[in-house]
Design a protein around this ligand. Structure first.
Ligand code: ATP
Ligand code: LTN
Length: 326
């Protein structure tokens, strides 16, 4: 069975973008692949975090994974910092990555501009991500379009390493969902909906109360043509709403466009709000049940034990190959 691996940072409350671009994909693939799903809490500290909040968010994210239908019997679910081998491998990969190629990462360019004093970790972030992937010989990496470049860098590093030291790593492939690849901000529809946005008016949080969610959708920024048409370039706001509807109802975007072609923007928004609110309500009920139980700790204990055993072997092989053994 092919292996799949992906993770989310507990760097903020989970958004509809994360749900559609990432978690829904994980659920879809869990029957097809041997899946490794983790919480990238070490990536989160590349920017400033409050320790207590970070700790809570990491566990809550696991509860949310479970509430969204990620089955702990079908997936290996773990916390990145529970396994010290991620940092071990990351160092070796950093030493096998050119400064210039890491400097081309657009996420680094964007994020380093946003923070006045950014950390070295923000720069080495993609090599830690490469370690997450290469430790487990993952074949497929489901990510949103914004992470594709990091998976491509991972491939380059792995190919170069294999060539220099002999076959060691499986070369991973990104899986980018066709629609829903990029859910945009409801207030600034050309920007990605992001959990670290300063203004949350345009961001739908999976755990937001339902009335707030409805209000955010009803006040989404659109345009003044009053024509429902899927055209991300010229009509980013309307296209985003159609996209959300399409993914949550599993209906083709053309069919959704057809369904709403005579609707006004208010009707479209109401329909999108209904679908989003129904989806979120059911997730929130399960989430509360899981938080009342010990399930999160049980799942993480199992994940830790299993992933340490696999990663230990891989790191030992890598250390031997590069001459870091006695
Ligand atoms: P941050 O604001 O901290 O960068 P984020 O909300 O962009 O966070 P990540 O933790 O970087 O989220 O991403 C988790 C997963 O969700 C990734 O696979 C990412 O590509 C996907 N994702 C995040 N935002 C969106 C979005 N708006 N549309 C589609 N997928 C998304
Ligand atoms: N960088 C990713 C989270 C992440 C990840 C990974 C995704 C860290 N390691 C390995 C896939 C595979 C993000 O911010 N979305």
């Amino acid at each position: 069975m092919k292996k799949l691996l992906t993770g989310i940072q507990p760097s903020g409350e989970i958004t509809l973008g994360n749900l559609i671009g990432s978690i829904k994909q994980m659920v879809k693939y869990q029957d097809e692949y041997d899946s490794y799903i983790f919480v990238a809490n070490m990536h989160a500290i590349t920017v400033n975090q409050d320790p207590q909040t970070l700790k809570e968010r990491a566990k809550n994210l696991v509860a949310l994974y479970l509430a969204c239908g990620i089955d702990p019997h079908k997936n290996t679910i773990f916390l990145q910092s529970d396994n010290p081998y991620h940092a071990n491998l990351s160092w070796v990969l950093e030493c096998n990555t050119y400064f210039g190629e890491a400097g081309r990462m657009t996420q680094f360019k964007d994020k380093s501009q946003k923070h006045k004093n950014f950390s070295v970790g923000l720069f080495t972030y993609p090599m830690l991500m490469a370690a997450d992937i290469l430790l487990y010989d993952a074949d497929y990496i489901p990510v949103g379009i914004d992470q594709k470049q990091h998976v491509e860098l991972t491939r380059d590093i792995a190919l170069r390493f294999n060539k220099k030291y002999g076959p060691t790593f499986t070369i991973p492939e990104p899986i980018i969902p066709q629609n829903g690849a990029k859910i945009t901000d409801l207030q600034e529809p050309t920007k990605k909906m992001s959990k670290s946005s300063e203004n949350l008016k345009g961001t739908i949080l999976v755990l937001d109360d339902i009335a707030t969610t409805r209000k955010k959708i009803m006040s989404a920024v659109t345009d003044s043509d009053n024509l429902v048409k899927y055209d991300p370039e010229n009509k980013p706001g309307i296209s985003n709403l159609l996209n959300i509807y399409s993914v949550l109802t599993s209906m083709d975007i053309q069919k959704v466009e057809e369904k709403f072609k005579d609707a006004n923007y208010g009707e479209l928004k109401k329909n999108v709000a209904d679908v989003v609110c129904n989806t979120l309500e059911s997730i929130q009920t399960k989430y509360q049940e899981i938080l009342q139980s010990n399930l999160v700790d049980e799942v993480l204990d199992q994940g830790q034990e299993k992933t340490i055993a696999i990663a230990k072997q891989k790191v030992s092989e890598v250390f031997t190959k590069v001459g870091l053994s006695r």
